[in-house]
Design a protein around this ligand. Structure first.
Ligand SMILES: Nc1ncnc2c1ncn2[C@@H]1O[C@H](COP(=O)(O)OP(=O)(O)OP(=O)(O)O)[C@@H](O)[C@H]1O
Ligand SMILES: [Mg+2]
Length: 249
């Protein structure tokens, strides 16, 4: 088990639980295919602390996206629990889960999922508007975040008018704009050239340093994985952790 911190859903949470922004316990996911059961995750344990940056690596089909979707509350586990900001997702209704997701998590999907009828600016402002921020403020912050990912000149472009890498950067800006406690990213730099990828790494580092945002990143990019605090290997439905040299334990 990777977590040193015990997560409980009860009120009497341990004193250091506040430091854990995202956690799962005994997480299992299987899919029924005809009369066969496909066991994708079989007992994943994870605790992500405030300000921690970690990568999840594993073969194609090993369950990385499945795990990220469960951690982000986008899918429900077959069994086990997910805690976001100390709250057990299973104990919340859909509305409460939506609010918690909006306020605490950012998500970059493997296939960016932008809203095609909206501009880049509107796509990035959307989570702030859903969070009831005033429109002018939401637009200003979305503009700032799009500038930070190098898209200050593309604010009014619709997704169909953007390149693949530009769409990916809009999705990254959308995940970061609320400055959530934890950002989940599924292959965020897969479509980007090295220089643009490096700029995105720098932006993530800045947000991590300045705001203590945690990052959980599924990646095949060795440069990115090496720059993070630890690497988790998803093998046979379980996570195994590598601590990088010089890191805290
Ligand atoms: N809705 C579903 N029904 C049945 N099987 C599914 C479903 N979703 C995913 N799977 C299977 O679960 C396994 C894990 O899929 P997942 O998308 O999590 O893999 P991944 O590690 O993200 O792979 P990649 O690196 O290719 O993105 C795959 O074998 C996939 O076929
Ligand atoms: Mg995937």
């Amino acid at each position: 088990m990777n977590s040193e911190v015990e997560i409980e859903s009860e009120q009497a949470a341990p004193a250091n639980a506040a430091e854990v922004v995202l956690a799962c316990r005994e997480l299992r996911k299987h899919y029924r295919q005809g009369n066969r059961d496909l066991e994708v995750l079989c007992g994943v344990e994870l605790a992500v602390r405030k300000g921690e940056k970690l990568s999840i690596v594993g073969a194609s089909g090993s369950g990385k996206s499945t795990l990220l979707n469960l951690l982000g509350g986008l899918d429900t586990p077959s069994s086990g629990s997910v805690h976001v900001a100390g709250k057990n997702l299973a104990e919340l209704d859909a509305n409460q889960r939506g609010w918690l997701r909006n306020s605490s998590l950012g998500f970059v999907y493997q296939f960016h999922h932008l809203l095609n009828e909206f501009s880049a600016l509107e796509n990035v402002a959307m989570p702030l508007l859903i969070g009831k921020r005033p429109v002018a403020e939401a637009r200003a912050e979305a503009t700032e975040m799009l500038e930070a990912v190098g898209l200050g000149e593309r604010l009014s472009h619709k997704p169909s008018q953007l390149s693949g890498g530009e769409r990916q950067r809009v999705a990254i800006a959308r995940a970061l704009v609320t400055r959530p406690a934890c950002v989940l990213m599924d292959e965020p730099t897969g479509n980007l050239d090295r220089a643009t990828g490096r700029e995105i790494h720098k932006l993530m580092d800045r947000l991590n340093r300045d705001l203590g945002i945690s990052f959980v990143i599924v990646t095949h990019d060795p440069d990115l994985a090496a720059a993070l605090d630890r690497t988790l290997h998803l093998i046979d439905g379980k996570l195994e952790s590598d601590w990088h040299q010089g890191d805290h334990v």
